[in-house]
Design a protein around this ligand. Structure first.
Ligand code: FAD
Ligand code: DHB
Length: 394
């Protein structure tokens, strides 16, 4: 099999890239290791920056998003049993975010791709990228019990943190920057209307908690738990009890309980692989970088990477110049590091480390108090939360 761009992975990065290339008249083949059902139901991110919404709309994936997505103009910070609302449009010149689940983004993009895009092969596991430093890179893969080869002009590794694409970059050219956190998130889905109409990020002596949502009738909630915790060891009653304690306010706000339909534990990690390109192999999304989920940047970063790649390849097609492909890694990494910084700051602002000293606890409260009382500090948070520009080259 042969194509211009071989895409490994049908998460949000790979699926959107296939769409953007299709719209630019560039053919591609997507190889996805798992089946369609798995990809469409893997519960993950829920917050789309304005820039991500604009890109999805322009790619033709905006119809259901516009109908079912929930526009949010702010978040609430909760600490010391008090509440502080951050008003995004007022602080950023009109920007907001949209609540629309990653599962739904993937469903919409898969439907478009199968209707009029290039091949999207499920249960096609990439084994290795060969010849990344030549003009004819190849992806060896296994599909329907057979090994096959995809010959490409370019390969984009959108295969997430556990993928194989990264391995094709020689170790001596690679620098990895990483940090793990001594806690994790227990995430639940519950069949109950969200108890607040905006997201609530709570800092509490017992640990962090987050109230989010998937729809007007489905709540998504997260609880800081021990690193390596087992979701099944948490009973539904214990989860609700702990959430109630961490969200408690002095004004009597109430958390509504409901049937829990899913629970899982997510580890917290920061990770950046530099460079994001080697020859004709490009890395995008979680294949190149991971942020801890506080601040909801993972999916939005993946979108930024593939937009940058699609624009760079279109520029090459139109002008013959490789200038933007050459700048790919540096262009993406500027935005990646801003998101790494923000995600790290939000994480350390709101979580309680097992070895945290009382001094550090007071510093967290002082930083929160600063955000609540200084327009400059609050604007810094609002600008980062609603998103950094994708790539300056337009
Ligand atoms: P992925 O979504 O990981 O997609 C990669 C795809 O590649 C997968 O479909 C995988 O099956 C496929 N693949 C892997 N290896 C191969 C191979 N060898 N051959 C073929 N296909 C392969 N972000 C937030 O903003 N908020 C959250 O609450 C949040 N929760 C998360 C919870 C979990 C458990 C995880 C892992 C991530 C979470 N994230 C969250 C991050 C966000 O979901 C990711 O940043 C986003 O999915 C990145 O998209 P991606 O397309 O780069 O990678
Ligand atoms: C969600 C996840 C996040 O990491 C976050 O900061 C906000 C919302 C969510 O899954 O809804």
């Amino acid at each position: 099999m042969r194509t211009t761009v071989g895409i490994i992975g049908a998460g949000p990065a790979g699926l959107l890239l296939a769409r953007l290339l299709h719209d630019a008249g560039i053919d591609s083949v997507v190889l996805e290791g798992r089946d369609r059902e798995y990809v469409e139901h893997r519960q993950r991110a829920g917050i789309l920056e304005q820039g991500t919404v604009d890109v999805l709309r322009a790619a033709g994936a905006g119809e259901r998003l516009d109908r079912e997505g929930l526009r949010h103009d702010g978040i609430e910070l909760r600490f010391d049993r008090k509440r502080h609302r951050v008003d995004f449009p007022a602080l950023t010149g009109g920007r907001s975010v949209t609540v629309y689940a990653q599962t739904e983004v993937c469903k919409d993009l898969i439907a478009l791709q199968l209707a009029d895009g290039g091949p999207l092969l499920f249960e096609a596991e990439a084994l290795e990228v060969e010849g990344a430093d030549t003009d004819h890179p190849r992806v060896r893969f296994r599909h329907a019990g057979r090994e096959d080869v995809l010959d490409c002009d370019y390969v984009v590794g959108c295969d997430g943190f556990w993928g194989v694409a990264r391995n094709a970059i020689p170790a001596e050219l690679t620098r990895v920057f990483e940090r793990s956190y001594p806690y994790a998130w227990l995430g639940i889905l519950a069949d109950v209307a969200p108890s607040h109409d905006e997201l609530v990020y709570a800092r509490h002596e017992r640990g962090f908690a987050l109230l989010s949502m998937r729809s007007p009738s489905v709540s998504r909630l997260y609880l800081q738990v021990e690193e390596g915790a087992d979701a099944e060891k948490w009973s539904d009653d214990d989860i609700w009890g702990e959430l109630e304690r961490r969200f408690e306010t002095e004004d009597g706000w109430r958390l509504e309980r409901g049937p829990i339909t899913q629970k899982s534990v997510t580890p917290m990690r920061s990770y950046v692989h530099e460079p994001m390109r080697y020859g004709r192999l490009f890395l995008a999304g979680d294949a190149a970088h991971i942020v801890p989920p506080t601040g909801a940047k993972g999916l939005n970063l993946a979108v930024g990477d593939v937009v940058t790649f699609a624009r760079a390849l279109t520029y090459k097609k139109e002008t013959g110049s490789e200038e933007r492909l050459d700048a790919y890694s540096a262009t993406c990494l500027r935005r990646v590091w801003q998101a790494e910084r923000f995600s790290y700051d939000m994480t350390s602002l709101l979580h309680r480390a097992p070895d945290a000293t009382p001094f550090e606890g007071r510093l967290q409260l002082a930083r929160l108090e600063r955000i609540a009382t200084s327009r400059a500090a609050e604007t810094d948070l609002a600008e980062a939360y609603t998103g950094f520009p994708f790539d300056e080259q337009g």
